[in-house]
Design a binder for this molecule. Sequence first.
Ligand code: NDP
Length: 250
Amino acid sequence: MSNNIQGKVVVITGASSGIGEATAKLLAAKGAKVVLGARRQDRLERIVEEIAAAGGEAVSRAIDVTQQADNDAIVQLAKETYGHLDAIFLNAGLMPNSPLSALKTEEWHQMVEVNITGVLNGVAAVLPTFIGQKAGHVLTTSSVAGLKAYPGGAVYGGTKWFVRDFMEVLRMESAAEGTNIRTATIYPAAINTELLGAISDKDTAEGAQAVYDQYGIAPERVADVVAYALDLPADTTVNEFTIGPANQPW
Ligand code: NDP
């Protein structure tokens, strides 16, 4: 069995539930030292306790990814606690979908702030470290909504489409500049998490719930993909992963 995950220090945003929580637990079980960030401190502390009880290593910090200082602080926490930083999984996100005609403009801007600005802040927080050590791995959760347009998902899809372009250019520039920063962008379809909880538009919420009830798969499936990407040898990158239920015609 490959052991490229053992000993790696990994910051995970959006670690208090869903895909982030599942990934934190899996990576810790594989010997990574995980540093968990999200806003709900109580949830993070419970997950850290569960990881420790299972024999893993984890710490946490309450962060809001829309704040650059919070992103800088969790990177600092990782380096102070474990001595170095190998990877960051920029996974925090939210999906309050609705038709544009509903004019839920506050939610539009919230998605831009968390799903785009949050990713920018996270990358800004790690780049000096990764450039300095000429190594690093940036992983993000985009979405199949970043690959295909669908009604109700104009803004959410736009934010995830942004992530796709941004990550690809990060990879190309890092290769050209010789800084050896690898990227992995993950495009999940229906994964059973707390994601639908943010949808305030009633029809959109009911429609999404029906899709997830019919097709949704466990967040541990996505965690496996993150682990696969992190486990690759240092000279190899798989940049993009589309993952979803085998029977969902997304
Ligand atoms: P969850 O709602 O379970 O998890 C979202 C996470 O993001 C939570 O940990 C939440 O923590 C965190 N978060 C939200 N806002 C902020 C913020 N401002 N600062 C810090 N953390 C924040 O859903 P998922 O696990 O599904 O979502 C993870 C990612 O996967 C998201 O980017 C989502 O867009 C993406 N995705 C999910 C799919 C699915 O079907 N579930 C499909 C495609 C992509 P807290 O509230 O404690 O801050």
